[in-house]
Design a protein around this ligand. Structure first.
Ligand code: FE2
Length: 410
């Protein structure tokens, strides 16, 4: 197959791409072969597929069932979910996840890291997600984090449930230090989680300091253990919203450790601007970690959706464009280059976090997975909320969209 006139990753000169046996074979100025299937993109943007680096697929599409989160806080969200968990079934999870994965696919996403709640003695969601990971693998690469929503030490049998989830086939170990009963539990939970990952050769993704408490300092423990156990960039700190409130002298000291540890960060702009700052009067904190400062220090940061229509976030549609759009605003990253490059926050940077870079990117001999947007570059795509026209995975079309025809009658 020959793809003609592709503007690859904001490049101003169009190129052609030849795909054979599901991989990129040639990129350049190419001549059509007899009987070759040709797709002329007429100077449209081609990007590697989008990467959702942080979501909770097991909770998606449950907002208001059985109760709405009236305060809009993280903690009421956890209470609402606790009630919803009582009627969780394998079929219910399968139906919702199948729906959400297709919403993502329509928006050009081909990789998803999902956190799956392990604070359930039956580990039902974990079992269902492991099945779905296998069933959907030709269309979506799903990575599963064993996520202890109600704590590791603060939940009955929490440690054993985490071990069971990992043995069952989770790809990564999670933790939630800011939800544990005490600071001692918080530190112990991180020691446990990172040791488990090191022993079992797993990745790590911690819900870290997702709170407006400037004294919440799980991050320094995560980074230190990542360094000491030699896990480095296999470790990710998600949210880190408390970092927004840390004093600058402490951040300066912390930054050295963060760079040495080489850990990744995931910020979730939609959800955290909604959940954080809830106990502030005015001024009200924005509730997002120091994205710009981390990137400036060469630290890997990606953006995630976190929640789609669930007890923590009553909106969401699987489009990472909205995540980037809001994230750029609240992180004050609206310089020309920052806007142009912002697709990396939901593509290359996410791929690095998920450790899938070996099979990711528009390069010769890599799997022919890419998306086409109805724009010339990502700046234009963001501004006009451009549709993902095509999503190809291993050379096979898995989703397409037709742009809406707009008529202004004056
Ligand atoms: Fe999360």
């Amino acid at each position: 197959m020959l793809i003609k006139n592709a503007l690859i990753e904001n490049c101003e000169t169009p190129k052609d791409i030849r795909i054979e046996d599901g991989v990129f074979k040639e990129i350049g100025e190419l001549k059509e072969r007899p009987d070759e299937e040709v797709l002329d993109l007429k100077d449209r943007l081609v990007l590697p597929p989008f990467v959702e680096s942080h979501v909770h697929l097991d909770t998606c599409l449950t907002a208001g069932d059985p109760v709405w989160n009236m305060s809009g806080t993280l903690f009421e969200g956890i209470e609402c979910w606790s009630k919803r968990k009582e009627k969780l079934s394998r079929e219910d999870i399968r139906e919702r996840v199948n729906k959400v994965v297709r919403m993502y696919a329509a928006n050009g996403v081909q990789f998803i890291r999902t956190h799956v709640d392990t604070t359930d003695p039956s580990l039902m969601a974990m079992k269902a997600m492991i099945e779905l990971r296998e069933e959907l693998k030709d269309f979506m690469e799903i990575q599963i984090v064993a996520f202890p929503q109600e704590g590791i030490l603060s939940y009955p049998n929490g440690k054993q449930l985490m071990i069971d989830a990992v043995k069952m086939g989770a790809d990564a170990v999670g933790a939630i230090p800011h939800f544990e009963f005490t600071r001692e539990y918080s530190v112990e939970s991180l020691n446990f989680a990172l040791k488990l990952a090191a022993d079992e050769n797993k990745l790590v993704d911690v819900h870290c300091d997702e709170i407006d408490d400037e004294a919440s300092r799980g991050l320094e423990t995560v980074a230190t253990r990542a360094l000491e156990f030699g896990l480095y960039d296999k470790v990710t700190a998600s949210h880190t919203t408390a970092m927004h409130s840390y004093n600058n002298a402490y951040v300066l000291r912390l930054m050295r450790l963060l760079k040495m540890s080489r850990i990744n960060f995931v910020a979730n702009p939609l959800v955290n601007t909604h959940l954080q700052g809830r106990i502030d009067t005015y001024p009200k904190r924005r509730g997002i970690t120091r994205v710009k400062e981390l990137l400036d220090e060469g630290i890997n940061v990606s953006f995630g959706h976190d929640d789609i229509f669930d007890p923590w976030y009553p909106m969401g549609n699987g489009s990472l464009r909205d995540v980037v759009f809001l994230g750029l605003h609240v992180s004050q990253m609206m310089g020309y280059e920052q806007i142009m490059d912002s697709y990396k926050l939901i593509s290359h940077n996410g791929a690095k976090t998920l450790h899938v870079s070996d099979r990711y990117g528009i390069e010769i001999n890599k799997p022919a997975s890419f998306i086409v947007l109805d724009a010339k570059n990502y700046y234009e795509a963001l501004v006009k909320d451009a549709k993902v026209l095509y999503s190809y995975r291993n050379g096979r079309k898995i989703a397409e969209n037709t742009p809406a025809a707009e008529k202004v009658l004056f």
